[in-house]
Design a protein around this ligand. Structure first.
Ligand code: PRP
Ligand code: MN
Ligand code: MG
Length: 185
């Protein structure tokens, strides 16, 4: 699949599985005694789909699955920080314990906007779980409660992460061969 496009495997399927199990255990412990009903997981489409479904299944306690889709205005290659809601939550999160689930935090701009937006809806608590974090993310003040892996500043794809909508379906995370995005194809 995608022959020759992946320069190297950065995080294997097994490593992802182990990490998701570990994150789920931590989350379960932290949310053991919550009042406000089930934990509400908010996955950010489309990248977070794989993390969301695997995390929800690994979590030993009930969680409700909600999704949002957002898109940043401006340049398509870097986040501008101005975000538009393409699909909002279907439900009110007031009084709920909300955990945002992301695949990757790069500039942190998408998330910082999302945090402000969701915080204004008065959840009982609001935290973030991301599988991957890139070095630039530290420049933005977004509290990341659960982080799977810190990764180098490479173009990574797979397990939900895309380049031009491709590679999301890879079961592992790999770095994309530069020839793919420099060929102009
Ligand atoms: C990607 C990724 C994060 C965001 C991180 O989503 O899934 O949501 O960018 O970037 P940032 O920290 O610089 O804001 P993208 O906008 O590509 O949409 P997608 O999830 O549908 O691929
Ligand atoms: Mn995304
Ligand atoms: Mg994308």
């Amino acid at each position: 699949m995608y022959d020759g496009d992946i320069a190297s495997v950065l995080i294997s399927e097994q490593q992802i599985n182990d990490k998701i199990t570990e994150l789920a255990k931590q989350i379960d412990e932290d949310y053991q005694h919550l009042r406000g009903g089930d934990l509400v997981l908010v996955g950010v489409l489309k990248g977070a789909v794989m993390v969301m479904t695997d995390l929800a299944r690994a979590l030993p306690q009930p969680a409700q699955l909600e999704f949002m889709a957002v898109s940043s205005y401006g340049s398509s290659t870097s986040s501008s920080g101005v975000v538009r809601i393409l699909k909002d939550l279907d439900r009110d999160i007031a009084g709920k314990h909300v955990l945002i689930v992301e695949d990757i935090i790069d500039s942190g701009l998408t998330l910082s906007w999302l945090l402000k937006n969701l915080a204004s809806r008065d959840p009982a608590s609001l935290e973030v779980c991301t599988l991957l974090r890139k070095p630039d993310a530290v420049q933005v003040e977004v509290p990341l409660r659960y982080v799977g892996f810190d990764i180098p500043n490479e173009f990574v794809v797979g397990y939900g992460l895309d380049f031009a909508e491709r590679y999301r379906d890879l079961p592992y995370i790999g770095s994309l061969d530069p020839k793919v995005y420099t060929s102009g194809a």
